[in-house]
Design a protein around this ligand. Structure first.
Ligand code: NAD
Ligand code: ZN
Ligand code: ZN
Length: 390
């Protein structure tokens, strides 16, 4: 079968590789019909968050048709259309019992404890040995462990093009908004107008936000946000100048106090901001995820900041003073516990309340996935969420 593999920093390649087989009796083999590329795949492409091993099959958002299964699978039959969760959960452990599937204690035996995450989290497709060694779904076939738990049946009136994104981006954006506690009347600022940030606009309004402000420096993405959600306000930080320019702009837009809530939908490579507070003060380069300082300083006193963008390890020069004195609630949203939300979110897609297609820019064939990675990385041709047909 064809599959997309990691070949080293900034290099991916389509290769021919053996089709996966049922190994355990709860496995499902899926014939992939649709997949996509996520902002997280770019961190993997760059080798910036973790480094994969050569030959690892990428992809953690996919849907397909049940092709084969082990003897213990009870919920599905051959030919069923399903979407997979990007988290692999056992369905039975302490965390799975609470539907916090991204924290499953059983599926990631290989996690390096206290290194990346400060503890154990669930297995994940397409992230290699760091998250259990499960091959991804940017391929013609994929093995889904514990299929009864990690697959959701797609009804006839939800096409693959809409159901696919329950895997990750829809569930992740929903988690970002509700886990950070967006409520009636809030003013919500979203950092990052990628697919995650774009879905957060809709979800913030759906959860009662009075105003939503989105911040990025890619003008066409901000224009797209405005086109799809005319109520959203946009800030192009590339057009601002001076230290703490975003902080000042947001204060100015929100009665001098700032928004109630900040949602971090960027991350990956400790993105530089206009803040540069420490650099300016000390003349030294720092390892600060400046965007977090920018968010903490922007929101109003007792405001909330949720982090969905992926960070690993430790950091320094973090504005704990502002956090403490001003009562800022900093919330790590975690890898989204897809199983907690996906059945409800599927109903919202069915009813038309959620439109996943708002973020989809291209439809491509699986054979072209390598080219898609490079284009997506450079945001060429206004590429963002792609639907990869297999
Ligand atoms: P993306 O790369 O398409 O979008 C990120 C956007 O952030 C880009 O438009 C970029 O221009 C913008 N940006 C860069 N620096 C900025 C700054 N200083 N201020 C404001 N905006 C800035 O990514 P995506 O697919 O939308 O994903 C967003 C993040 O969410 C990524 O870090 C991804 O890894 C993460 N993610 C988390 C989960 C989870 O479960 N927690 C799941 C999926 C993705
Ligand atoms: Zn993802
Ligand atoms: Zn579990």
């Amino acid at each position: 079968m064809k599959a997309l593999v990691w070949m080293g920093k900034n290099k991916v390649q389509m290769v021919d590789t053996p089709k996966p087989k049922v190994i355990e009796d709860r496995d499902v083999i899926l014939k992939v019909t649709g997949s996509t590329v996520c902002g997280s795949d770019l961190h993997l492409l760059h080798g910036s968050v973790i480094e994969l091993q050569q030959g690892d099959i990428l992809g953690h958002e996919f849907c397909g048709i049940v092709d084969d299964m082990g003897s213990a699978v009870t919920k599905f039959k051959k030919g069923d259309r399903v979407v997979a969760s990007f988290q692999i959960a056992c369905g039975k452990c302490y965390y799975c019992d609470k539907k916090w599937s991204s924290m499953c204690e059983k599926t990631n035996a290989n996690t390096i404890e206290n290194a990346m995450y400060g503890g154990r989290t669930a297995g994940m497709f397409g992230y290699s040995h760091f998250t259990g060694g499960f091959a991804g779904g940017q391929a013609e076939y994929v093995r889904v462990p514990i299929g009864d738990v990690n697959l959701l049946k797609l009804p006839d009136d939800v096409p693959d093009e809409k159901g696919l994104y329950l895997s990750d981006v829809i569930s992740t954006s929903w988690n970002c908004v509700v886990d950070t506690g967006v409520k009636e009347g809030d003013v919500v600022a979203i950092w990052g107008a990628g697919p995650i940030g774009q879905m957060c606009i809709d979800f913030a309004f759906m959860n009662g936000a009075k105003r939503v402000i989105i911040i990025d420096n890619v003008q066409w993405r901000l224009d797209l946000c405005k086109e799809k959600s005319p109520r959203v306000e946009t800030v192009n930080f590339g057009k601002l100048s001076g230290a703490k320019a975003v902080v000042s702009k947001l204060k100015e837009m929100c009665d001098g106090r700032g928004p109630d809530v900040g949602l971090e939908c960027v991350a990956g490579e400790y993105p530089k901001t206009t803040l540069h507070a420490i650099e300016l003060a000390t003349g030294m380069e720092t390892d600060t995820p400046e965007i977090l300082n920018e968010m903490i300083e922007s929101v109003h006193n007792f405001g909330r900041v949720g982090i969905t963008g992926v960070y690993v390890g430790y950091t320094n020069h973090f504005n704990i003073g502002s956090l403490m004195e001003r009562g800022i609630r900093l919330i790590g949203n975690g890898q989204a516990p897809v199983h907690l939300y996906w059945e409800d979110l599927l109903k919202k897609i069915q009813s038309g309340e959620i439109d996943p297609l708002r973020m989809v820019s291209h439809r491509v064939r699986v054979e072209d996935l390598d080219k898609v990675y490079y284009k997506f990385d450079k945001k060429e041709d206004h590429m963002q969420k792609v639907y990869v047909e297999t």
